[in-house]
Design a protein around this ligand. Structure first.
Ligand code: IMP
Ligand code: MG
Length: 176
């Protein structure tokens, strides 16, 4: 049976908010160059749209991390599955993530990235679930704060499905 998906943010709402974030980042980094680190796979849709709305020079790199843990709970120990192509020493880096849940993954990743000597290091996340936070994470640019619900679409998956939905939806799993 198909899972039920209720729209939380439509494509238009996402587009509008991402434009606003792009404008804000462009203002904050006026006269500078940005290195966007897109966290694969979830943030890929968001990072591409965001990059299109940033008016200062942007360099894009990719990183894939996997968090040891079970299906629903990350452990906080992050394995780098795919590392960046280039060093970030002296760069103005913005990590682009799909969602901050417990905060463990980004907390750990930021510890690693800080040791690489970027000029600045900030976090931009499309979604944030503040109610779920276990580890403190400072999010510099947030798309939307959302309730403690499991969401899919716009890059976010449930068991690798639904990433291609053009909206963010709350998924209700149907029993077989
Ligand atoms: P954290 O370490 O608990 O903050 O884990 C964040 C990661 O968990 C995100 O990058 C997502 O891959 C995944 N995640 C957390 N909540 C959701 C959700 O509602 N839908 C899809 N993936 C989620
Ligand atoms: Mg992720």
């Amino acid at each position: 049976m198909a899972d039920r998906i209720d729209v939380l943010y439509s494509e238009e709402e996402l587009d509008k908010r991402i434009r606003e974030l792009g404008d804000e980042i462009s203002r904050d980094y006026a006269g500078k160059e940005i290195t966007l680190i897109c966290i694969l796979k979830g943030a890929s849709f968001f990072a591409c749209e965001l990059a299109k709305h940033i008016s200062v020079p942007v360099y894009i790199d990719f990183m894939q991390v996997s968090s040891y843990g079970n299906e629903t709970e990350s452990s906080g120990v992050v394995k780098i599955v795919q590392d960046l192509d280039d060093p970030i020493r002296g760069k103005n880096v913005i990590v682009v993530e799909d969602i901050i849940d417990s905060g463990r993954t980004m907390h750990y990743l930021f510890q690693i990235l800080r040791t690489r000597g970027p000029e600045s290091l900030k976090l931009c996340s499309l979604l944030n679930k503040p109610d779920r936070r276990v580890t403190e994470v400072e999010i510099d640019y947030t798309g939307f704060d959302i309730p403690d619900k499991f969401v899919v679409g716009y890059g976010l998956d449930y068991a690798q499905r639904y990433r291609n939905l053009p909206y963010i939806g709350v998924v209700t799993l149907e029993e077989d």
